[in-house]
Design a protein around this ligand. Sequence first.
Ligand code: ZN
Length: 507
Amino acid sequence: MKKTFRNRRFKLIDVLLTTIIVFLAMTAIVLIFTKGSSGSHLKSAISQSSDKDAVVVDKSDSKYEGIKIITETSNDPLGKYAIQYPQSKNEEFNNHVSTYIHQAKKNYLQAIRNVEIENNKRKSELNISYETHVDKKGNYSFVLMNNEYLQGQKRLSEIESFHLNSKSGEQLDIQTVFKEDTTTLQKITDRVREKIQHSEKLSEGLILDKMQIRTEPEWKNFENFAISEKFMFFYFESGSLKDVKAGPQIAMIPIGDMNDLLKPEYQVVSASPTSGDEDNQSDTSKKEDSTGEKDLESEADNVNGKEEQESGNEKSPTQAEKTGEKKIALTFDDGPDPKSTIQILETLKKYNAKATFFMLGSRVEYYQDAAKAVKASGHEIGNHSWNHPDLSKMPLAKALEEINRTTDIIQKVTGEKPTVFRPPYGAYTDQLSKQRIPPIVLWNVDTLDWKYRDSTKLLEEVKKSTKDGSTILMHDIHQSTADGLDNVMAYLKSQGYKFVTVSELHK
Ligand code: ZN
């Protein structure tokens, strides 16, 4: 409530204020009561720890006009979440998005309540992030990625897209961008299927019969989409829970190839870009770099487009640099990612630093170019399992398969076997460690970048605990980590650290 009343009509305002305060107080009492009673027979994780773990909501400007980024985080150790979503000036759009978010949170908290508290040792987490695509008319596609982990296991991986007409502020959906013609839907289906069939990775991920079902000519099958300047993206759920870690599958089709089906205002006039390889990262669109949001298309830009920046930072060395022999190993887990990993490579190059990337086999298979770029930049590549399961909780043979399959794909894609292995969550059995697997390397500085998703916080965490010989854990799949790395590197360099791979550090 802003204090904008400057006249003397205090009486009326007093009455109003009193009424509101009394009402709020009563609401609070009712809420406390309800919470207390509902948790009485079932010691709910949420009500138990809600006092010390307040939910944090933050609203900040995005780089996109008229769009704010809402961030909600909860550090309840038994029901963590980190949620990010866009907010526009359109109430209907905002309601649409918040309904989705509300439901996702509700489902997640419900799932946690259903788990017996004794078993609730492993981390649960709800993670919703989003990426923004802008088409040539400035219309927005927001692609929300909803990942839910229950006791350390991925339970859900889902995509939901929202769309805004930048001029009218109206919401768009799949049917509003395509021509109203009885044959349109079938043609979309045909083109998406063709794309999938010609892409080894996509057809594997959407194993043929399922692919057929998920791409039946019904609008609802194509409602999760995005339009950028050059591509149309269609998102498909990855299917079985077992494959959930791999995440949704994306079919990327050059807009030029959809021109005849799109309403004129969404068509592109220029020649269509070449469809590129299966990962579709050969596109060299000059899309601006985005902060906080992923952009699948700009990988090539990031690799080739930027000027060498080394000279700018090679100023006179500090005292520590002249004398210091301090070494640290930066490690990046859970990638590769076509956007953030590549950005990280650029930053590392700027500081002439070598690091170690612990990759997931499933992502190496999907983002081969990104994995190759890491190798080409001279960094060490480590094995981080295929799908990020808790290896200590599975039969030895299965755990070994997770590792070996990943070793194979890394060798196939980068030409070399991974030299080190880091088990997901740092969890492994004695038995597993005695097998013929690459040496296990954990970490001793955890930046918690996956939790904060805040580029400024990254430096704080590093400052807190880094010392000579530290192995620092970060995740190259988060844009916030990629964005915050430069400051971290500048700081560490000023402290005289030399950046080495984990193998070199442990030599
Ligand atoms: Zn990991």
